[in-house]
Design a protein around this ligand. Structure first.
Ligand SMILES: [Mn+2]
Length: 265
């Protein structure tokens, strides 16, 4: 009994790296269906292919799940990010029913328009703003790798998972200001493009928040640490799903709804 959404946005799955939470992602894909699926960049990590090939069967399963959705009527739009920017050469093309686009404009059921971009295109704007304490996406990625090793060690010693991004959000001023500034640039872009909001990924921090000019900022998060996705329901409402925490509740609710419908018939 799949959960149905009008639209789903995923990003930063980093397939081809050990950091990818592939089992969780496969479970998510097996339990959802949608009319449109946006892959918002850094889906396959082509950078890692240069330094060593890592591609377990599980990662092929995920590609398979996505292609199956395309085959079964889901519109799949792939917007490449910086780790899969090679695909940007193929913008405008279709592969097995997957459309590759540089960016996209999505209209929600309730008539709002959103610009969909990965977000790396705004890094240099953030970096060149002298007023900002800048920590780049790459430094952040190194921290994420350290975080993974740290948590493997913690698990071995019998401690629970410790979230780097949660820690950084509260403790490290530089990264906060990087995120703030990333959002600020996004609000300017939304204003420029005359859309109601922006949906992006890239900084591995899932969030829905209102920005300047009343623009809505929606970040998909990632499947390296947080296992998050953005979804639009049948009324046009956009929400964030934390799959590890929300999946059981959502699936239970779906079962109950189904039972009620069956009962009414
Ligand atoms: Mn990225």
């Amino acid at each position: 009994m799949a959960l149905h959404f009008r639209t789903i946005w995923l990003s930063d799955t980093h397939l081809g790296t050990r950091g990818c939470k592939a089992e969780e992602l496969r479970d998510f894909l097996d339990n959802v269906e949608c009319e449109t699926l946006y892959l918002v960049g850094d889906i396959i990590d082509l950078w890692k292919f240069k330094t060593g090939f890592y591609w377990p069967t599980l990662h092929s399963d995920i590609v398979q799940r996505v292609l199956n959705k395309a085959k079964n009527g889901t519109r799949v739009i792939y917007i490449p990010g910086n780790h899969d920017e090679l695909f940007r050469k193929h913008v405008g093309m279709h592969f097995n029913g997957v459309e590759i686009q540089m960016d996209a404009i999505h209209e929600t059921k309730d008539g709002r328009s959103f610009l969909i971009v990965h977000g790396d295109g705004f890094d240099s704007i953030v970096a060149h703003n002298k007023n900002l304490a800048y920590i780049g996406g790459e430094a952040y990625e190194v921290l994420l790798i350290i975080n993974r090793w740290f948590n493997i060690a913690r698990t071995k010693m019998g401690y629970g998972y410790w979230s780097l991004s949660a820690f950084l959000k509260h403790k490290v001023k530089n990264i906060i200001s990087y995120m703030d500034n990333y959002q600020h640039i996004m609000s300017l872009e939304a204003q420029k493009r005359q859309v109601d909001g922006i949906i992006c990924g890239h900084i591995h921090h899932a969030e829905i928040t209102e920005l300047e000019f009343g623009k809505l900022y929606c970040n998909t998060g990632d499947w390296v640490e947080s296992c998050t996705a953005l979804v639009e329901d049948e009324t046009g409402k956009i929400e964030l799903i934390h799959w590890l925490e929300d999946s059981l509740t959502l699936l239970d609710k779906r079962m109950e709804e189904h039972a009620e419908v069956a009962h009414a018939m």
